[in-house]
Design a binder for this molecule. Structure first.
Ligand code: NOJ
Length: 736
């Protein structure tokens, strides 16, 4: 599918840079299966068991390693974290986090980021990368690991999964869709039961995993939590029925690390690989010899084991790893970080960091800066961690500028361009000067801001994985406020300086009601989680080398209660909010957000033409044969929506037109608006770009819980195209 992608790019280049991506990875499962099946027929039972069982925690160079089957030349597979780059290696790129990739809304950049991660992984001999992340999708604003994934919108996350998987697997590494499924919080993550009704499961949580299967993802990771009181990694409904039967998933399901609780039940429910093979103490071995005995005693059929192994070997063929794949060139545990494999990936890292920056407020056009004079840079989030940029294991601290959250989804940085350094250098180049107050004390911030022509104050909020506690936060955040009394710092600075710019690095939404309307707060820049190129990306936007073009991939609320969900601290999570998370909830309940989903300012302005709509699906269920992703016709284009976007301002800029669909009333229980298309177009001043959204049958279907099918309802769909979920510019209809 790479071919069609290139052709459509070339065809659209005449107008402006319009993207037609999202083709997925072009893999031939049939060919891969026939090669794998012939291999499996030559394997002993113990070789088969070795392929499905990890060698044990820290017993091989990677965070997960399988046993080699030398009789057929099948290697020990190396499985490594994680979703923003290669964990425990030294010569790698620290890419922006998934959520930052999502805030670019740029399919090509998301693909490029995935491809670059895949290239680095392959060069280090990693067969399987443990990412990208589609769950937790982010139903809780305070969810500790939301930043590893993309967005609480399933469509945006689905497209980001497709692009990331295609990029990674085109580079030769197997991608892993994780964490499947219902792992929305860190609090009690390995005991909580996520009780998700069928509609919510399909329309929200399963949706991006279905797109991942459609993109031919090689692997999936079942999650720590339970589903309706059954461990996800032994849940037949989740693994066998949903993933393998309904979605036609042909790859393999591995456990999250130590998420297995049984030998027989897990095998018979559809689990294909146990990782890391033991618990973190080398105990709790459920497969290996135990599985061998279960087969010998007839509790697990050898056919089931053959199926596990076939899926694993087929995925290896699917991604071409039988063709002289490089050997593992690093070790996670002994300080051997491997060779430098980063190439020119700093360019992709910079582009994603920069184009994911969201400009939230810009009074009096204070940005972009031209001759800023004297700048006061304020806050510990402006400077590199004085203890060293990698001084905290798995980034398990919040000192200095925040580039990523904490936990297994982090990497060590080769270098970090801190905001302070980049701004100071740029200020001097543009004839000004900068001073830095690199702490969070409000009084010191006030003094630093007084008398400066401009103050740039940095605040942040951090979160991560529950095995590390940071400043009293056990993974999930305790609240949605900026850390280190950031609100006090901003208020003090903005009282002292009328030209205050607030820069925020955060793993998720923060509340900004304490200062957002202050007259001194002229600009607010959401810089997200930028990775190693933090300072460079920020400076390019602040000084207007490029106009900001990121859009919020989630809602910024006025109060924590407005989200309608909060971390469940006791008992099961019954998912009572159903599909109404993030903007779906704000729209349904008529709650005014501070900044809505899809919002982001530019240094230029855009006009939207009327839209034209072509084609309509037939009413009724999807009936096609099952392909990877589900019924084949779900993925066919049934309608196209086109419009022209014109840059009506003075500088070049990229815009993200967004298509929102409202369902006819015959489909009850649907949110008022749902994202069902987006594109990103770079447009010169005075020029226009043609934008076309291809709407799949899936995008106009709802899950019929009685018929257990995707159904296109009869009636009239409303279409709204706009610059955010609440700045809707042109509308139309599709009548079915
Ligand atoms: C547990 C995490 O949930 C998962 O994302 C990660 O891949 C494994 N640990 C391995 O580090």
């Amino acid at each position: 599918m790479l071919g069609s992608r290139i052709i459509s790019l070339a065809a659209s280049a005449a107008v402006a840079f319009a993207q037609t991506y999202s083709g997925g990875f072009d893999g031939d499962w049939d060919a891969a299966y026939s090669q794998a099946e012939s291999d499996v027929s030559r394997l002993s039972l113990s070789d088969k068991i070795g392929i499905v069982t990890g060698v044990g925690w820290s017993q091989g160079p990677c965070v997960g390693n399988t046993h080699a089957a030398n009789s057929i030349g099948f290697p020990s597979l190396c499985l490594q974290d994680g979703p923003l780059g290669v964990r425990y290696a030294t010569g790698i790129t620290a890419f922006p986090a998934g959520v930052q990739a999502a805030s670019t809304w740029d399919k090509k950049l998301i693909y490029d980021r995935g491809h670059a991660i895949g290239e680095e992984a392959k060069a280090l001999g990693i067969h399987v990368m443990l990412g990208p992340v589609a769950g937790g999708i982010g139903k809780f604003a305070a969810g500790g690991r939301n930043w590893e994934g993309f967005s609480p919108d399933p469509y945006l996350t689905g497209i980001a999964m497709i692009e990331s998987i295609a990029g990674m697997q085109d580079a030769g590494v197997q991608a892993t869709g994780k964490h499947y499924i219902g792992n929305e919080q860190e609090n009690r993550r390995d005991t909580i039961s996520s009780n998700i009704d069928d509609k919510t499961m399909h329309e929200l949580y399963l949706w991006p995993f279905a797109d991942s299967v459609w993109a031919n993802v090689a692997a999936m990771m079942c999650s720590y939590n339970k589903l309706d009181d059954t461990w996800t990694c032994e849940d037949e409904h989740a693994m066998d029925e949903l993933l393998k039967e309904e979605l036609g998933f042909k790859g393999y399901i591995m456990t999250d690390w130590n998420a297995q609780h049984s030998t027989v039940e897990s095998a018979n429910a559809g689990l294909d690989m146990t990782m890391p093979g033991t618990d973190f103490n080398g105990d709790s071995i459920y497969w290996g010899n135990q599985l061998q005995s279960a087969v010998q005693q007839g509790q697990v059929s050898e056919d089931r084991v053959d199926d596990m192994v076939t899926r694993i070997i087929a995925s290896w063929y699917l991604t071409g790893q039988d063709q002289s794949y490089p050997p593992v060139a690093f070790d996670s545990w002994n300080g051997n970080g491997g060779p430098d494999v980063s190439g020119n990936h700093d360019e992709v890292a910079l582009a994603v960091a920069r184009d994911g920056i969201v400009l939230l407020k810009n009074e009096d056009n204070i940005l972009p800066l031209s001759n800023p004079g004297s700048i006061a840079i304020i806050g510990s989030d402006a400077i590199a961690n004085p203890q060293g940029i990698n001084s905290c294991a798995d980034m398990g601290c919040n000192q200095g500028t925040l580039t990523m959250g904490w936990g297994s989804g982090t990497v060590n940085m080769q270098y970090l361009i801190a905001p302070n350094d980049a701004i100071t250098e740029r200020a001097q180049q543009s004839g000004g000067s900068a001073t830095t107050s690199g702490n969070d004390d409000a009084n010191q911030g006030r003094s630093a801001a007084q008398g400066a022509d401009l103050a740039i104050v940095f605040i942040n909020a951090d979160s991560g994985e529950g095995y590390i506690e940071v400043e009293g936060n056990f993974g999930d955040r305790n609240d949605l406020y900026a850390w280190h009394n950031g609100d006090d710092l901003v208020r003090a600075v903005a009282e002292a300086n009328d030209n205050t710019i607030v820069v925020i690095h955060s793993t998720g939404a923060i509340l900004m009601e304490d200062w957002i309307d202050m007259a001194g707060v002229k600009a607010v820049v959401w810089a997200g989680l930028p990775g190693q190129e933090s300072g460079n990306s920020l400076v390019e936007v602040l000084w207007g080398d490029v106009a900001p073009s990121g859009k919020m991939p989630y809602t910024l609320a006025k109060t924590a209660e407005d989200y309608g969900t909060s971390i469940v601290t006791a008992g099961p999570d019954n998912f009572e909010e159903g599909v109404f998370i993030d903007y779906r909830h704000f729209d349904e309940s008529n709650i005014e957000p501070r900044f809505e989903f899809g919002f982001g300012l530019s240094y230029t302005t855009f006009n939207y033409s009327e839209i034209s709509v072509e084609g309509a699906p037939s009413a009724g269920p999807a009936t096609g044969p099952t392909v990877p992703g589900g019924a084949a016709d779900l993925y066919e284009t049934v309608s196209t929506v086109s419009l022209t976007v014109t840059n009506s301002g003075d500088v070049a800029g990229a815009e993200v037109p967004q298509l929102y669909v409202g369902y006819p009333s015959s489909a009850s229980g649907q949110p008022p608006r749902q994202l069902r298309g987006f594109d990103k177009v770079m447009i010169e001043p005075g020029e226009s770009a043609d934008v076309t959204f291809e709407i799949r049958r899936k995008d106009l279907s709802y899950w019929d819980t009685d018929a257990k099918q995707w159904v296109v309802p009869e009636g009239t769909f409303t279409l709204d195209v706009g610059s955010s979920s609440r700045d809707l510019r042109s509308s139309g209809e599709i009548t079915v």
